[in-house]
Ligand binder design. Sequence first.
Ligand SMILES: [Zn+2]
Length: 181
Amino acid sequence: MLLPITQYGSAVLRKPASRVPAVTPELRRLAVDMLETMYAAKGVGLAAQQVGRLESACVIDVPPECDGEDDRAFNAQVEMPLVMFNPEIVATSGEQEGDEGCLSFPKIGCKVKRPAEVAFRWLDAAGGIRTASARGFLARAVLHETDHLRGVLFIDRADEESKKKAANKLRKLAKANGNTI
Ligand SMILES: [Zn+2]
């Protein structure tokens, strides 16, 4: 089932998600709907708040071609799509800068600095504990979605110049959606 995607300005995007005590059939259904919604919107990641929910849940599907050869080889161990409950960043290293967007910010992109590599753990759809490491664009996606689950948005980390360029669009979008910035 396609879910409506909340846009910048909506209060829910600034609320932290709560850890789920267990992965229930209802949460598995939510994850399936979130994947369907993400694919339909041509995104590579989606977090609970973006569909108006506050359970700690996100989905990611980064196509291998989004990463260069070295990162792609490193990331091959991570099975896509990722359905993650209670995801946590365990460690980060290095730095990368790149363009980032978000399904809650249609037609807005900013430059964002992130760690180059990330180790993370989560509960999978069966409730099992999983761990993995990712680099490059996939690392960026994991960090972007785990930020969402704490109410942090990519524009909070965007470089000043690209944020200034997007300022008008950001203002209009926020105003149209409740103006919680
Ligand atoms: Zn996002």
